[in-house]
Design a binder for this molecule. Structure first.
Ligand SMILES: [Cu+2]
Length: 123
């Protein structure tokens, strides 16, 4: 019973991730403007934006530069191994997050830099 539940939930997770990645990697026919909002509309269209998600530990925060450094586990969506690296983040995303916190987060990766799209303390 327990095993069935685990298999079912990892299948659901895989499906979710596949959907996420598919969306990010789909060839980009000019997206309709109604689908774009805020910052997305201002981003350069060069290269396909990829989406990744992982759990990690906050090792540094630079509010002035708008960056957060995370010692993160394997990153699904991007097939990254565990590593420590910095990401850009908005001040409001960093509210309530401090060095040493365990977090779950998601990023958009443009091929050179990663921007936090979601971050929350892990329970
Ligand atoms: Cu990394």
């Amino acid at each position: 019973m327990k095993k069935t539940l685990i298999v079912a939930s990892s299948l659901a997770l895989a499906a979710t991730l596949a959907a996420c990645q598919k969306k990010a990697e789909a060839p980009a026919p000019a997206p309709s403007s109604s689908m774009m909002s805020g910052n997305m509309a201002e981003m350069p269209m060069a290269g396909a934006m990829k989406h990744g998600m992982a759990a990690g530990k906050v090792t540094a925060i630079d509010a002035a530069k708008g960056t957060i450094t995370l010692d993160h586990g394997a990153m699904s969506g991007l097939d990254w191994p565990a590593m420590t690296m910095g990401f850009t983040a908005k001040l409001e995303q960093l509210a309530g997050i401090k060095v040493g916190d365990q977090v779950d987060f998601e990023i958009d990766w443009d091929g050179k830099a990663g921007a936090i799209t979601k971050i929350a303390k892990a329970n």
